[in-house]
Design a protein around this ligand. Structure first.
Ligand SMILES: Cc1ncc(COP(=O)(O)O)c(C=O)c1O
Length: 463
């Protein structure tokens, strides 16, 4: 069993290094120093959640790409949080109390600010003691929910493409991921939007077994930009009720919706409050992804066990930045912050879609979040193009993203990474471009992308 596992590990983790603690002899009989670089075998659970596989982030990383490559791959902003939120962070650093441990539930001021900002969206008076939990980013919050609720072998349904952290978070906690793909629009469809990516509800029903415990819903969706409709969410709600599922509603892009799209909070559907935990992120809301402040909102029956888990994982979230996020939420309305920010993101989105239109390439117009999926079926590269080993043997999208980065200097992320192996064929037709970048960067990227024109064939003719 172990050797089977090691044979699939990258060279760095090959079995030889596990046996080299013993002394080695050289040809002339002198003792070579023992290799002590990996004395202790690490846990095999790292293998389970693809945690050891070379991930896209390290392949499409600045170090491997041309030095002037524009990074539209990773989903973080190249601009800072608002000045008045940064000022609140500075003030907090100058306050003795705000430099020390916080309550594991989160600082009272932040919980109050979350209640004031979001209570009405949940149509209820949120209880700051029992229904709100501050976490170290949305990620740690979701991880803590899984620690709190999963038993060995419990199944967790996730829609593909999925946010890549879900997978190891589930498997590290003994859970089994079960994948249900969102089905993309037909390639022939001219104008494609997030809405055209659909759930096959029979397929979803068939994926549910007596071991299914949790379903994760991400709306607005990364990377599709889909905003789930009320009717879609109602159908999921009916299944959650029928099979008694916990619903993890990952709504971290809840403030980024375009074209007057309506964000329906899953927890507000009839009967869903009691089985739903809603996930939020200050990183997304205030362009502060490195601050690692997020939150969970839900009934006491979900928040209390999750608090027990998060207390043992991080004990508490960093204090000064909780104060800054509290100030951000308190002052957001007076600064018209979320309305302005949405308009700015809409402009950023439009710069990139205009560039894709000029290019004559197909893409999914996002209704929310800050990603655009480019349909790469029509891009054709020379047969002898020199690709590195890291992208060979992966989906066609890995090659396409590499080619685009090398040829025109704009990096993107291959979408098959967000699918299980069985469904790679669905994802490999797309590359994800993030538009959480300033307008000038996006305009330059858009101009560079025109360089792909000569590599476009009509209607995926190579397939
Ligand atoms: C869908 C989704 N959920 C959660 C997160 C994680 O948010 P945070 O940075 O607050 O941990 C991300 C970040 O990219 C995301 O795209």
């Amino acid at each position: 069993m172990l050797s089977a596992v090691y044979s699939t590990l990258p060279r760095r983790f090959s079995p030889t290094i596990f046996n080299t603690a013993r002394k080695m002899s050289t040809a002339n009989g002198t003792k070579a120093p023992a290799d002590r670089s990996a004395l202790i075998p690490f846990s095999l659970r790292l293998k389970e959640g693809r945690a050891l596989a070379q991930d896209v982030w390290s392949i499409f990383n600045a170090a491997n790409l041309p030095s002037d490559c524009i990074n539209l791959g990773q989903g973080y902003m190249n601009f800072a949080p608002p000045q008045w939120v940064k000022k609140a962070a500075e003030e907090a650093l100058n306050d003795v109390g705000a430099n020390h441990y916080s309550h594991p539930k989160g600082r009272p001021r932040l919980r109050q600010a979350i209640k004031n900002q979001y209570g009405s969206q949940f149509n209820r008076e949120l209880n700051t003691e029992t229904e709100i939990l501050v976490t170290s980013g949305a990620n740690e919050g979701m991880y803590s929910v899984l620690v709190a609720f999963l038993e060995e072998g419990d199944e967790v349904i996730m829609f593909e493409p999925f946010f890549d952290q879900y997978l190891p978070s589930v498997t590290f906690n003994g859970g089994k991921p079960v994948y249900v793909p969102l089905h993309p629009p037909a390639h022939s469809k001219e104008k494609q939007t997030g809405k055209d990516w659909t759930v096959d509800f029979d397929e979803l029903r068939r994926a549910i077994t007596h071991r299914t415990k949790i379903i994760i819903i991400n709306t607005p969706h990364n990377p599709v930009g889909k905003v789930f409709t009320k009717s879609e969410l109602e159908q999921i709600a009916a299944l959650a009720e029928e099979f008694n599922l916990l619903v993890m509603a990952d709504e971290v892009y809840d403030c980024l919706l375009y074209d007057d799209e309506e964000h329906v909070r899953f927890a507000t559907l009839p009967g869903m409050w009691d089985r739903t935990v809603t996930v939020g992120s200050a990183g997304k809301s205030f362009a502060a992804t490195g601050w690692r402040v997020g939150w969970l909102i839900g009934p006491e029956s979900i928040i209390r066990p999750t608090l027990a888990a998060t207390t043992r994982i991080v004990f508490c979230t960093n204090s000064p930045l909780q104060e800054a996020v509290a100030a951000g939420l308190e002052q957001a309305n007076s600064h018209h912050f979320f309305e302005t920010q949405t308009k700015e993101y809409e402009e950023r989105r439009n710069v990139l879609i205009k560039a894709f239109d000029r290019l004559g390439a197909k893409y999914t117009l996002p209704q929310g979040s800050y990603f655009i999926l480019l349909d790469i079926s029509d891009i054709e590269w020379p047969e002898d193009y020199p690709f590195p080993d890291s992208v060979l043997g992966r989906g066609r999208d890995f090659k396409a993203c590499w080619f685009i980065a090398m040829e025109v200097g704009v990096s993107s992320i291959p979408v098959s990474e967000f699918y299980c192996e069985e469904h790679t064929g669905i994802g490999e037709k797309f590359a994800r471009f993030a538009f959480c970048k300033d307008i000038d960067t996006l305009k330059t990227a858009g101009n560079r992308l025109q360089g792909l024109k000569k590599f476009l064939v009509k209607d995926g003719a190579h397939q």
